[in-house]
Design a protein. Sequence first.
Lengths: 270, 465, 264
Amino acid sequence: MKKFFARAYLILILLLLYAPLIFIAVSSFTESRVLGNWTGFSTKLYSNLFSGSMQGAAGSLMTAVYNTLIIALVASLVATLLGTLAAIGIFYSRSRAKNAVMFLNNIPMVNPDVITGVSLFLLFVFLGVTQGYVSVILAHITFCTPYVVLNVLPKLHQMNSNTYEAALDLGATPAQALRKVMVPQLLPGMLTGFILSFTMSLDDFAVTFFTRGTVGLETLSTYIYTDARKGGLTPELRPLMTIIFIVIFVLLLIFNIRQERAAKKKALLK
Amino acid sequence: MSKEGIIISLEHLSKWFGDKRVLDDVSLTIKKGEFVTILGPSGCGKTTTLRIIAGFETPDDGNVYIGGSLMNRVQPHKRPVNTVFQRYALFPHLNVFDNIAFGLKLKGVSRSEIETRVMRVLKMVGMTDYEWRNVDSLSGGQQQRVAIARAIVNQPEVLLLDEPLSALDHKMRKDMQIELKQMHKQLGITFVYVTHDQEEALTLSDTVVVMNEGVVQQIGSPTDIYNEPVNCFVADFIGESNIFNGTMIADRKVSFMGHEFECVDEGFGENVPVDVVVRPEDIYIMARTDRGQFHGVVSSCIFKGVHYEIIVNTPDGYELMIQDYNPFEAGMEVSMIIKPSDIQVMRKERITNTLEGEMIDQTHVELLGCGFECLPQEGLAAGNKVRVEVDFDKVELTDDKRDGTCEGDITFILYKADHWHLTVRAENGENIYVDTQDVWEDRDIVGINIRPEDMRITRAEESAA
Amino acid sequence: MNLRNVIGRRSSWSLPYAVFLLLFVALPLVLIMVYAFIDEGGRFTLGNLARFFGDADALSTFAVSIEIAIENTAICLLLGYPVAWILANKRYNRSGVTIIIFILPMWINALMRTLATADLFNMLGITLGKGTLLFGMVYDYLPFMIYPIYNVLRRMDPSYAEAAQDLGAKPSRVFANVTLPLSLPGIVSGVMMVFMPTVSTFAISEFLTNNKIKLFGTIIQENINSSMWNYGAALSFIMLIIIGISTLFGGRGEEESQVQGGLI
């Protein structure tokens, strides 16, 4: 009986959480220009999306998607590299240097997006940097890297730190020891950090909004914002969101199930 | 520097970690093919010494020579040594074969040769057929074998082993000791082995180096170290000992426990305070008889597998540990005999605490980094450097550190048959030595008090002024 | 000290990031403070801050933001704690993957989700206003509350609760006296992750209320966008102070439940 109530509660909350997503997914299969208006089943929006044959302003949707992906890819790659090196450095630092870096590292995670966005906007104004691709990518690296650091650090704690020395002892240069011994052991944390960075960058609106400048750079988020302010969303966003959701859903599920299996296997061996 | 047959030479090594001096003027030479064990309690500097040889640490002072060349600044991967780590440090993402082949691949050895060499060492450590196994799936003992194989496959001139057996259970440890000894013989290379287990050190080594608090205490063969310890620390650390305060009356005549004994030591002078060590198996015990040198009553007798461990109290208040093959019941009156050659006499390192201090005012002196009250000092002014002597039994310790003038922690405890001799490290890192009847525990934090009338204060000779 | 030694020491590998942090985290925050206290001519002034306290519009938006944030946080906690508790309880859920299903909506573009929610209300004929705003906010931030609490509960040693039971405590007492206090770091972390972002959201509140209710973030955005940088910076500075105060209260819990967090 208790179990029944527990289940029922979970399902209720899930319905609440997923209602808008299901709503988007369902309405992606109708042609109506207004969300929530069912005009019969159709896959026209999907074919429009893939053929790129969208009318007028909707054509720039694909450019926005492309920008979003490039920014997310570059920012999360740099964040993963920078964050991994930083985590190693932090792990082997004395406590004072460690605390200082960790303090700064926590700030972008604690700060709301608006503050991060405004502060970086002022920085780019102050430095006289033309805002566009570069400023947005730098801003995304700023809020992504802390999560890489936080995901790599536990892996360093788990790692037998003598393995690095063992590699040196067996004739590896520090660079070889990093590549052949440390990186493979830190990889799960780096991967988690990368995925986290990538999805956060994809999802970001506020920071991009403040740092994209006036050169007309649009990402998916800013595109939706502008679109909605003009009244009425581009209908092709519905299939696009549905696809993105399904891809992320499947990827994350696979990734987590694999991690869970690996953890269980390890626990069994011990 | 390249003397015949010497492979490693450490000269006056010192190393600080922050304010803490972990190595203090360590010198050591190791001959080619020797099995040397560095032995000591945790924190004595043995692992640091090994890491300096391997190149993971650089000495702050002194020189490291390997094979005759200066190695101070040479990086670990360029040294002709390989290390077996305490917790194995196998690469978890590589299988057994790839772990062992790691060093060879880096050196660019050909595939076929890698294969033969890996197979050869696997056979040597008794792990044939395990080459494709995941290292996580191996037992502790098997992982240790792989770790050894991974090191020796590179044919180093020196194999460094950092407490390699400490994570194994007792039985496995015994087996591995024998295998290591055989491996040493078979390979003919130098082994430098670090352990805190004195039994392991005595079993395995050609030479034992005993360390404490960053200082080499004694270097010698296992029998030398056991039979002729140079000080109380070594005597206490290696095997079981009865340690006494004694007086060398004259050559071949020493007094302790209120009795005079014949011994074999000479050249100490007359009426010199000494430390006396007698091993528990060197005290002959028998039912009460007039032929005994001294007498006592058995307080306990415990069977230890091969022998009995008997605790005997003497009428003068001394407590002795004796090992014998025969049981003696508690309460029984017994007599004891010690042969002259079984009495080991050692010069005392110190007979009283001598501390450097500075006058704060007429009635206060700074010692151990704290201000102590003292008797009014004529002719000494604030700022004068002084030397203060305090007898061991005049230092008082308090349970609550707040009750003491100064705070300290107990770093070493020595039982001396009728009292404890403690080493207490004060806040400023200086040691003060305390004789007490009370039982304290290692690492206890205590308060330190000294009564003003127990201090002997003299002006320190100022060399320059 | 030559370059090679510096690279060889692993503690120095965080240097690039340290420089990056100084440039992109520390300096921007300093700039907010600087801009908050100067006028357009670059002279020191307290006028920007004074303007906020005399600006009835901004003050009421601020009050509304705090009110909505408190309500949102409370609802998220009430709804989210049971979810976290059920998911972390081995009797109801053995898999570590189920939680992912609950936090997945976080990964979908927040604007898109919000617009869909608004349209859903429109379709159902519900007037957009404070009620729909709260609903949308809860919907947006619930995962942020569930996840840290779940993390703490999941890692909690069950022997605490068992010990309490063994000593004769009823299940309700076990929960009140053992489980709840021990999960406090997760609650603190969840509250931090919901409260501050709610105060400072922009765009979302307009979409959910048909521009009827503005939150504090919107005011900041409007000022920055209309080139009133100094006033915008002053408003951001006020936000920063609130963040600073709340981190002082809950800073430790935040770190503890996030480190080892794995995949959010």
